[in-house]
Write a protein that binds this ligand. Structure first.
Ligand SMILES: NC(=O)c1ccc[n+]([C@@H]2O[C@H](COP(=O)([O-])OP(=O)(O)OC[C@H]3O[C@@H](n4cnc5c(N)ncnc54)[C@H](O)[C@@H]3O)[C@@H](O)[C@H]2O)c1
Ligand SMILES: O=C(O)C[C@H](O)C(=O)O
Ligand SMILES: [Mg+2]
Length: 611
């Protein structure tokens, strides 16, 4: 086609508002604002394709000349991104590159992630996200979520309205008080809900427009931040008591009232006292869950199920000792008990197989100050002790779980004792980020003559032992929360009961192959996680229907299809669709290609119908 003629026709098309046609074509995803100019397609990260806009698209959208004269495929762009990323050595710089990419070209970012989840996940999530949070004042550039401060009390609904997306289906929110194992980072905690929701899309295909990260800025007790000139939060001590509770209550209500459809509310990285209390308060009246309590429990129990295939034992055949009896520790312990009860023992017997240890020592009913209320069930009628190491031997522990935030707490003496207690000791070093892990996989393998079954919260490089290389897995809630969220969102579940987390654990455990186990991991390869998430979502939807918790009716005939159809596709959309109706005068032209459209227009113009 000659350009002069094309230009004339393109002008003709534009006069007839082709953008409306294009927007309609794209708005199947329900994510495009209604009024767009051509340049918005370049500026809006959701629409931008960079040099991948075809020449025809450039003509029709009126962006010809705004881009260099080459058209690249998405694959070619990905190769450039990989090359650029490799040039950075520091993970924080790699993260900044990826954040920039997400801010300019959303599809390219997610497509890049999908090419190697194992490689890119640690850069947008744990452990790099810990570093990002610690430096958030420095890296903060543009809004990628909402900040709602204590001073916004009474106006929270109005702030939610300011979020530009109208189809929000899930909110992940933190008050920044327990960011990973790094403590109170106040408003700097924003990196966490952003990272978690990024995983909703990358690992489970929830469209980005459906995700809203929120930081509830209620102050911070971190003196360093209060004095940090770069700090971006309110410079006040944390709100507590009624003031805090009323704020949370207003927030929860505002979220449900703002959206006509159901909304999933994911609590993330709240400190212990608020985490358990708020979950108890809201879990039966909102569609909500706490990822650190319930998501973590699900992933760890999944690992324990998979480990049973190695040990040839059942969960009930183990003795469990926890270092850390906080949100994660007690959440896991509770779900392990539920799983043991399903194996046929009573809850009382199940609880007796679990020993917990926190900063105050063994959870003993006889210790000073007693057992914290959220863990009463696990208080033992034993003499108090602060000697964790000797308990490992005296209790003949077979499964050691670390969720303590204490890096290196599993010393080689403790690990060696685990090796003496049983042939295949299980060791979970769950604390994040990397420096907080209770032990590294190499330490665990070395101390147990390579016999241990190991998982960590943060990723570690492969372990070398006895001439072999092992790839230990990541016992991180990221294996489950995206899939659970996908299922909950899709079936509009009223609640997210604990039973759903056990369901997800079983589904995840089934995805572990013999090859995974032989490689030393009790979780599937991370690059499989998108498929796993869809399986988890299917199991969650089935469970929701079985328990009468689904908010849609009737149940989709084919749940797998139902899930697949919703999942986000990071391949570029062709803005000139295969066939569309182009309004022309009082009739419509049905065309398949740009050429056809132009030919039809010329014909109609000649007949004088298209002025
Ligand atoms: N791998 C995962 O998916 C995952 C999920 C959730 C939490 N985590 C990690 O687990 C850690 C704990 O998280 P949480 O939400 O349970 O925190 P939390 O604050 O609720 O609990 C921490 C627990 O550790 C105990 N503790 C602290 N210092 C101790 C010490 N010196 N000796 C013994 N116990 C000690 C505390 O008393 C408390 O019981 C964090 O590092 C977090 O990043 C990992
Ligand atoms: O964020 C993670 O990597 C897991 C977990 O939610 C945590 O708080 O450590
Ligand atoms: Mg967390």
């Amino acid at each position: 086609m000659r350009l002069v003629k094309a230009n004339f026709l393109v002008k003709e098309i534009r006069n007839k508002n082709p953008l409306k046609v294009l927007v309609r074509a794209y708005s199947d995803d329900e994510i495009v604002p209604n009024l767009l100019r051509g340049v918005d397609y370049v500026r809006h990260p959701r629409l931008n394709k960079g040099l991948a806009f075809s020449f025809e698209e450039r003509q029709v959208l009126g962006i010809h000349g705004l881009l260099a004269g080459t058209v690249k495929t998405q694959e070619e762009q990905i190769a450039i991104c990989k090359y650029s990323l490799n040039r950075y050595k520091n993970p924080l710089n790699k993260h900044l590159y990826l954040a920039e990419l997400l801010d300019t070209n959303e599809k390219l970012f997610y497509e890049l992630m999908s090419t190697d989840v194992e490689k890119y996940l640690p850069l947008v999530y744990t452990p790099t996200v810990g570093l990002v949070c610690q430096r958030f004042g420095l890296v903060y550039k543009r809004p990628r979520g909402l900040f709602i401060t204590l001073h916004d009390k009474g106006k929270i609904r109005g702030i939610l309205r300011n979020w530009p997306e109208t189809h929000v289906r899930a909110i992940c929110f933190t008050d920044g008080e327990r960011i990973l194992g790094l403590g109170d980072l106040g408003a700097y905690g924003m990196g966490i809900p952003i990272g978690k929701l990024c995983l909703y899309t990358a690992l489970a295909g929830v469209p980005p427009a459906h995700c809203l990260p929120i930081t509830l800025d209620v102050g911070t007790n971190n003196q360093m931040l209060l004095e940090d000139p770069m700090y971006i939060g309110i410079r006040e001590k944390r709100a507590t008591g009624d003031s805090y509770d009323e704020f949370i209550e207003e927030f929860m209500e505002a979220c449900v009232n703002q959206y006509t459809h159901s909304i999933l509310l994911q609590f993330e990285d709240f400190a212990l006292a608020n985490a358990t209390r708020l979950l108890d308060r809201y879990k039966n009246c909102y569609c909500t869950f706490n990822d650190d309590i319930q998501g973590t429990a699900s992933v760890v129990v999944a690992g324990m199920f998979a480990a049973c295939r190695i040990t040839k034992k059942k969960l009930k055949d183990n003795i469990y000792l926890f270092l850390g009896a906080g949100s994660a520790g007690v959440g896991i312990a509770n779900l392990v008990c539920d799983a043991m009860v399903e194996e046929g023992i009573s809850m009382e017997e199940a609880v007796k197989k679990i020993y917990m240890f926190d900063a105050g020592g063994l959870l003993s009913t006889k210790r000073q100050g007693g057992v914290p209320p959220h863990a009463t069930k696990f208080g033992r009628d034993m003499e108090p002790t602060k000697d964790f190491g000797s308990l490992v031997g005296s209790l003949k522990v077979t499964c050691l779980v670390g969720a303590s935030t204490v890096g290196g707490a599993f010393t080689s003496a403790i690990l060696q004792q685990m090796g003496k207690n049983t042939e295949r000791p299980q060791i979970y070093a769950l604390s994040n980020p990397t420096v907080k892990a209770e032990c590294t996989p190499q330490q665990a393998y070395d101390a147990t003559e390579g016999r241990c079954i190991y998982a960590s919260g943060s990723p570690f490089p492969p372990v070398k032992f006895g001439g072999k290389t092992y790839h230990t897995g990541q016992g991180n809630n990221s294996y489950v929360f995206p899939g659970i969220a996908l299922g909950v969102i899709l079936c509009h579940a009223h609640h997210v009961p604990d039973s759903m987390f056990l369901t997800a654990a079983k589904t995840l455990a089934k995805c572990v192959t013999q090859k995974d186990l032989d490689l030393g991991r009790i979780y599937p390869h991370l690059n499989e996680v998108r498929v796993i998430s869809s399986k988890i979502a299917v199991s969650i939807i089935n469970r929701a229907f079985n328990e009468g918790l689904a908010g849609i009716y009737p149940k989709p005939e084919n749940v797998e299809d139902f899930v697949q159809k919703y999942m986000y596709n990071s391949k570029y959309v062709d803005y000139l669709p295969d066939r569309y109706d182009y309004p022309c005068g009082d009739s419509k032209i049905k065309v398949k290609t740009m050429e056809e459209l132009m030919a039809s227009l010329t014909k109609k113009t000649k007949k004088g119908r298209c002025k």
